[in-house]
Design a protein around this ligand. Structure first.
Ligand SMILES: Cc1ncc(C[n+]2csc(CCOP(=O)(O)OP(=O)(O)O)c2C)c(N)n1
Length: 572
């Protein structure tokens, strides 16, 4: 009775307000309490409306910083990250982050200002067709043409960004739409008959997978980021333990299965472990869950899982069979599907020999590096960070060698502590993403592991740390080079280091000092541990410039074009 009375009252509530105020109302109704953005001409009315509201706004120093921060926030909280930028250059500065969020399935709702409707298409000042530009890199995008449409569009944008396979949704708002006054009617429902993501699996398909599990002698689970988005970690653990199925992760799936678990094989793919990649090569049943089977995971497809029946569970039907021939396709959310599978599959296959064989490989061919002299090895640095944070920290990275060492050596045993740019591989991602992660999860320590090159792509966000006194620890893995490029040039281009060495660098400690941030430069393991511990204790922003061995490479490795079984750098 009460509910329908409230609904009736809602319906009759028709207020007059500006488009900018409607946007604020809609954000408040969606429970948004933090925005990441940067103002400019076309969004002045929106910033003016924001001035009167109680929504926190993080003023990054570049729009790219805003969108990566929103991505970090979304990754650790599971809530959509909200971004505002002005038209033209403000909007185009977001493009890299939008593409990054699209390929890594992060829920974002992005509001861009646009020139007034009367001048759209005239090459007006700061006009860019951001709807056209972002069409292929958004899950959906809109341009608002009537002020009354705003509440409905915003409701839809939040719904689309968060449901099914998450992704970025952009809402482009011409300036006159923000200023014009219209009748405001809050929107409570979405009506999208053409968009109905399938979350519940087909039970016949689940039964087929249960039968395949009962037959399998060499099954393996490949758990991707879809497991994290669906919060299906417990179900996957139960499934693996019930049937004694070894588990490996994609890069983005790390943390979805406890790294210290005896059934865990480590990460798979280009820099995966020998045990994980051998399992993918030798298995007779591959159960991919919320993973895209991208080229960095599979290596040459002609050699990938050739002996296996492939089952693929994914909420996005477009992913199934895209790269890998799939005999048992299951469209559905990882949580519901794994739960259905747990109910359905009562018989286990005889996997004992397989589990022992892989445990033996894990033991005999572990990840390795040589600790030599006084030089600080990057791998050791990551182990130290793990030890000092007891594996509890949220760790973000940029892209390159340090990213792979973090994936290999940090040891993620809890979900949603790992924030990295997997699909697009965006240098400059890690530091701003750490800012967003800290804002989203202030109770956890946050460490941004970056390369000396990648850090220089978005270091302007030091201003945000300074202003907000955010206790993010920046760890620069300083190898004085574009390390991953240098590694490929060493191995595949006969050591012709074309434009990949960085002999001239800023003094990172002085740079931090210019922003009022504590910093230290370290060259040994002992110094690294002591200064990291100090940074952790300080509960203040801290920059640690770690001078590591400059010629260290990431191993093992699958060379481009090679199969998953053709790894180099594997050592007993
Ligand atoms: C925006 C962008 N430009 C170029 C690249 C290509 N790239 C991949 S890794 C890498 C080197 C990164 O160097 P650094 O940040 O120092 O990290 P390291 O590999 O040394 O750990 C480059 C240039 C990229 N991934 N992103």
């Amino acid at each position: 009775m009460k509910a329908s009375w409230v609904a009736e009252e809602e319906k009759s509530k028709v207020l007059k307000m500006s488009g900018a105020d409607m946007l604020m109302e809609a954000l408040e109704r969606e429970g948004v309490d933090v925005l990441f953005g940067y103002p400019g001409g076309a969004v002045l009315p929106i910033y003016d409306a924001l001035y009167k509201r109680n929504i926190k706004h993080i003023l990054t120093r570049h729009e790219q910083g805003a969108i990566h921060a929103a991505q970090g926030f979304a990754r650790v909280t599971g809530k959509p990250g909200i971004v505002i930028a002005t038209s033209g250059p403000g909007a185009t500065n977001l493009v890299t982050g939008i593409a990054d969020a699209m390929i890594d399935s992060l829920p974002l709702v992005i509001f861009t200002g646009q020139v007034a409707t009367s001048v759209i298409g005239t090459d007006a000042f700061q006009e860019a067709d951001i709807v056209g530009i972002t069409m292929p890199i958004t899950k959906h995008n809109y341009q608002v043409r009537k002020v009354e449409e705003l509440p409905g569009i915003i409701k839809e944008a939040f719904h689309v960004a968060q449901t099914g396979r998450p992704g970025p949704v952009l809402v482009d708002i011409p300036k006159d739409i923000s200023t014009s006054i219209g009748s405001y009617k809050p929107s409570n429902e979405v009506d999208l008959p053409g968009y109905q993501p399938t979350t519940m699996p087909n039970l016949l398909q689940v039964k087929r997978l249960a039968d395949a599990i009962a037959q399998a002698k060499k099954p393996v689970i490949l758990a991707g980021a879809g497991v994290l988005f669906a919060k299906a970690e417990e179900e996957i653990l139960a499934l693996a333990e019930q049937h004694k199925i070894p588990v490996t992760n994609t890069l983005l799936g790390l943390g979805s299965f406890p790294s210290e678990h005896p059934l865990f094989l480590g990460m798979a793919g280009m820099h995966g472990t020998y045990a994980a990649n051998t399992a993918l090569h030798e298995c007779d049943l591959l159960i991919g869950i919320g993973a895209r089977f991208d080229d960095r995971l599979t290596g040459n497809l002609a050699h990938f899982a050739q002996k296996a029946t492939v089952a693929h569970i994914d909420i996005d039907p477009a992913e199934i069979g895209k790269n890998v021939e799939t005999l048992i396709p299951i469209v559905g959310c990882a949580k519901h599907t794994a739960a259905a599978l747990l109910r359905e599959s009562t018989t286990s296959g005889d996997t004992e020999e397989w589990v022992c064989q892989l445990a033996e490989l894990k033991n005999s061919y572990p990840l390795w590096y040589k600790n030599e002299g006084d030089v600080l090895k990057p791998q050791r640095l990551l182990e130290i960070i793990h030890e000092e944070t007891k594996g509890e920290a949220i760790v973000t990275t940029d892209v390159g060698q340090h990213q792979m060492w973090t994936a290999q050596y940090y040891g993620f045993s809890k979900p949603n502590r790992w924030v990295t740019s997997g699909g697009l591989g965006t240098m400059g991602f890690g530091f701003p993403a750490a800012i967003g992660a800290k804002i989203g999860k202030p109770e956890l320590p946050v460490v941004a592991v970056t390369g000396d090159a990648g850090f220089q792509m978005t270091l302007q966000e030091l201003s945000v740390l300074q202003e907000m006194k955010l206790p993010v620890i920046i760890v620069i893995v300083n190898n004085q080079s574009l390390g991953m490029v240098r590694q490929w040039q060493e191995i595949f281009y006969e050591e012709r280091y074309s434009e990949s060495l960085l002999p001239v660098q800023p003094d990172f400690v002085k740079l931090a000092a210019a922003y009022g941030i504590e910093a230290a430069s370290v060259t040994t393991e002992e110094e690294a541990r002591a200064k990291f511990a100090e940074a952790l204790d300080s509960k203040a922003p801290f920059l640690l410039d770690c001078r590591v061995a400059s010629d260290e490479n990431v191993y093992p490795m699958i060379a481009p074009g090679k199969g998953i079984h053709q790894m180099i750098g594997v050592k007993p």
